[in-house]
Design a protein around this ligand. Structure first.
Ligand code: NAD
Length: 256
């Protein structure tokens, strides 16, 4: 379905970004990966589906590196048809003890980076009269949660950014939407489970159960592949008039 399309997925060396990149490749897109950590592992996990795979190691807190990443995508593929703003980080702490530098880092990676990438790819998307911008927000872009001041603020912010981009492009074939997942088992969530286990002196299994029962009515983790499949659907012709939506995939968390 995405043959001939090119996708740039930020934060795609791990977790949801990697699953999204795999689904894009499975659907026929060429993919540019980004992020830290096991780059070679991510490249081979995506290239097994056959399409062209490239990588750029931009640190998304640095707009100049974002410029370099977008230029590299144009040089490699000639276009960015699909931009998935997925990279994200987390820090858990009550607001009174929330470190300033953690606030700044989370706002920078989880919110500002999507502004920097989107404004840089939009002119060419307009020129080609096709584009899909998909922001991986969170159910915490729709509801709040104690101890996550920066993350909840950034995710509410990216839902707002999604609406503005959708309005500014609504007479074109460029669309912008947000996906709002609840818990999926990725390194970002594993770290929170480990923290809960440590703080409460409980086992990892008990901590996972306690984390899920706090917030997730279904009690079931979201499958990262399903988030990738939803992203691919948003790139399809059927999704042409889905604009500015913040789509929950959250085991009914936001239904309460
Ligand atoms: P993860 O920790 O597995 O992956 C995060 C990715 O972002 C990695 O590839 C990492 O290298 C990259 N990254 C971090 N800082 C970066 C930077 N400065 N520059 C470039 N890349 C950077 O996390 P995940 O759970 O897969 O989360 C992915 C996205 O999904 C995030 O935006 C997160 O908020 C969102 N999300 C995750 C869940 C979940 O349950 N896992 C739920 C809702 C939303």
């Amino acid at each position: 379905m995405l043959k001939g399309r090119t996708a740039l997925v930020t934060g795609s060396t791990s977790g949801l970004g990697l699953a999204i990149a795999q689904e894009m490749a499975k659907a026929g897109a060429s993919v540019m990966l980004n992020g830290f950590g096991d780059v070679e592992g991510a490249k081979s996990a995506v290239s097994e589906f056959g399409g062209k795979v490239a990588y750029h190691g931009a640190d998304l807190t640095k707009p100049a590196e974002i410029d370099a990443m977008i230029s590299a995508a144009y040089d490699t593929f000639g276009a960015v048809d699909i931009l998935v703003n997925n990279a994200g980080i987390q820090h858990v702490s009550p607001i009174e003890s929330f470190p300033d530098e953690k606030w700044d880092a989370i706002i920078s990676v989880d919110l500002s980076a999507a502004f920097h990438t989107s404004r840089r790819v939009l002119p060419k998307m307009r020129e080609r009269d096709f584009g899909r911008i998909i922001n991986i927000a969170s159910v915490l872009g729709l509801v709040g949660q104690a101890t996550k001041a920066a993350y909840v603020s950034a995710k509410h912010g990216i839902v707002g950014l999604t609406k503005v981009i959708a309005l500014e492009t609504c007479t074109t074939n460029v669309t912008c939407n947000a996906i709002c997942p609840s818990w999926a088992l990725t390194p970002l969530v594993q770290a929170q489970i480990e923290l809960r286990a440590k703080n409460e002196g409980i086992s990892l299994a008990e901590a996972q159960k306690s984390v899920l029962s706090d917030t997730l009515p279904s009690g079931r983790l979201v499958n990262p592949r399903h988030i990738g499949e939803l992203a691919v659907f948003l790139c399809s012709p059927a999704a042409q008039e889905i604009r500015g939506a913040a789509i929950p995939i959250d085991g009914a968390t936001s239904a309460r």
